[in-house]
Write a protein that binds this ligand. Sequence first.
Ligand code: SAM
Length: 289
Amino acid sequence: MGRALRGRGGPPAEAATLSDILAGHASDAELLAEIYDLEHDEIDEDLAFYREWARRSPGSVIDLGCGSGRLFEPLLAGGATRIVGVDGSPSLLERASARVESHASLREAHGRGRIELTVGDVRRVRRTDRFALAILAGVLSHLDGPEDALRALSAARGLLEPDGTLIVDVLGPGGLPPHDLPLSLDWERAMGDRRVVRRSRLERRETPEGLRVSYATLTDVVRADGTIARLPASFRLWYPTAAALVALAGEAELAVVAVYGSHDLEGLDDDSERCIVVARPKAVLPETE
Ligand SMILES: C[S@@+](CC[C@H](N)C(=O)[O-])C[C@H]1O[C@@H](n2cnc3c(N)ncnc32)[C@H](O)[C@@H]1O
């Protein structure tokens, strides 16, 4: 899979349905969620990074846009006392729930009330509890640009303990698609006794706040008997620049404490595959007379 195609799904036209990335697809949401896992479960290069941040941030963690719960195990292994997973897609949360049930450590933590899954929109999530660590991994690109990103960052800030940490993780400049792509074979994989063939086309548009990419994908699920379920989809992703992210964090009353270009904590440069911003709530200054 091309890294640029790592994030899938995308914003349907209506803001009200934007939080469910599978909602704009006229096809079977459960099948799409299964294909989502086929595509995402192989990504493991960031797991040690998230385990380490859970270790550095003792307490509870909120995974905003948790998808099917890929990060839950490393977060628990890092010592998270509680994990709240929020996502806009009920189908992906069902898969997260199945993941929790099928992993002994997650199942046990869930049984003790230490894992909670909830459908929600990261731009609007409000809770009464507070978290030592909030994560937005691969999520901001699915939002419709800076205004929505600011809403999500402000909402995340409101969820943090005063000394809590927010991690925002998006593709870096070196991971972005370098040019438009005509409809091309993207990847082909086995899924049980079926084969999945993904074709993708993309169009880029540079903007001051980052790269906007329109994707059209055609996913064929070839069953053992040779019949094909064809799932067409089109969506847009937004890849903010580091400067745009840092500015938005400031607007959301967050102080940026580090910017990394990889999950190995390398500095960010033009070749960096990731852009990871670590931020904390700005201190509230005492009122002066
Ligand atoms: C690329 S996936 C990343 C999933 C997970 N964070 C990970 O790293 O494996 C993006 C996720 O963001 C979710 N998402 C996108 N927009 C959202 C919104 N407005 N509110 C809640 N979830 C959203 C999608 O449903 C999807 O699960």
